[in-house]
Design a protein around this ligand. Structure first.
Ligand code: B12
Length: 219
């Protein structure tokens, strides 16, 4: 089987919302030595994007979205150890991070993999979960003396809470203390710049690279 066929099988299983197929296809791709980052980006995230498109076209509804989420989560458990092994470098402690999916948003598959990759790369991550009010995120960052705040949002209606958090940091005179990274399917570099965030990344491996670079810049 070619690499493309493997990746397409993973996408197809996500699109069909088939947990078992997604897990098996992911395992088969790993067994064929396909890069776990390709599996995440091309297999899983491309599948998720197609599910999203079908949802927008009213071909899919909430049940299909939920099944796709279940398939994504199952496959992620398989690909995660391989991703960590290949891309994480935990040689030294890199800094403290507070991570959260912002208020009103319960999407956590992408945020969880970002948190796991950061942890495995030597960051000390406090993951507050989903639907987290901005004040709770800031309070936790202050409490643990974090250097980085990682915000995830997949809904365009929840993305403005990222801006609100940065505004609140500014109002409290503590904006400079933190590196604020933002991400999620609809977050672009343009959005990150417009709200005054310190950066964004399209996937978990790039998120770790970015976090490292920003820590070095600040040191
Ligand atoms: C699965 C899914 C669900 C599942 C989520 C399960 C879960 N536990 O997360 C369920 C069924 C619960 C769900 C619910 C809903 N969903 Co939904 N969902 C999706 C879907 C298909 C996949 C999301 C996903 O997991 N992708 C895979 C992960 C790995 O990718 P990712 O999250 O983008 O993360 C990567 C990067 O973005 C980045 N990253 C992520 N976070 C961060 C943070 C930082 C700091 C950095 C640097 C990087 C980074 O790294 C990650 C790993 O590589 C998307 C479609 C899509 N294109 O994403 C729609 C989508 C996000 N959902 C959508 C909608 C509308 C909803 C609902 C409102 C539906 C409804 N009518 O109820 C609800 C909202 C519930 C709520 N209040 O949050 C829309 C949002 C539209 C919009 N523009 O706002 C989308 C885009 C579908 C669409 N195209 O219409 N959903």
């Amino acid at each position: 089987m070619s690499e493309n066929t493997h990746l397409q099988a993973i996408s197809a299983a996500v699109i069909d919302g088939e947990l078992e197929d997604a897990v098996n296809a992911t395992q088969a791709a790993l067994d064929s030595n396909i890069d776990p980052l390709e599996i995440l980006n091309q297999g899983l995230m491309d599948g998720a994007d197609e599910v999203g498109k079908r949802f927008e076209r009213f071909e899919y509804f909430l049940p299909e979205l939920m099944l796709a989420g279940r398939a994504l989560k199952g496959a992620m458990e398989i690909v995660k150890p391989a991703l960590l092994e290949k891309y994480a470098d935990s040689s030294q402690m890199k800094g403290r991070v507070v991570a959260a999916t912002v208020h009103t948003d319960i999407h956590d598959i992408g945020k969880n993999i970002v948190s796991s990759m950061l942890t495995a790369s030597g960051f000390e991550v406090t993951d507050l979960g989903v639907d987290v009010p901005i004040k709770s995120i800031i309070n936790k960052a202050e409490e643990i003396d974090a250097q980085i705040i990682c915000l995830s949002a997949l809904l365009t209606t929840s993305m403005p809470f990222m801006k609100d958090l940065i505004n609140l940091l500014e109002a409290r005179g503590i904006r400079q203390k933190y590196i604020v990274l933002v991400g999620g399917a609809a977050v672009t570099a343009g959005w990150a710049a417009a709200i005054g965030a310190d950066g964004t990344a399209r996937n978990a491996a790039d998120a770790v690279k970015l976090a490292r670079e920003k820590m070095l810049e600040k040191a």
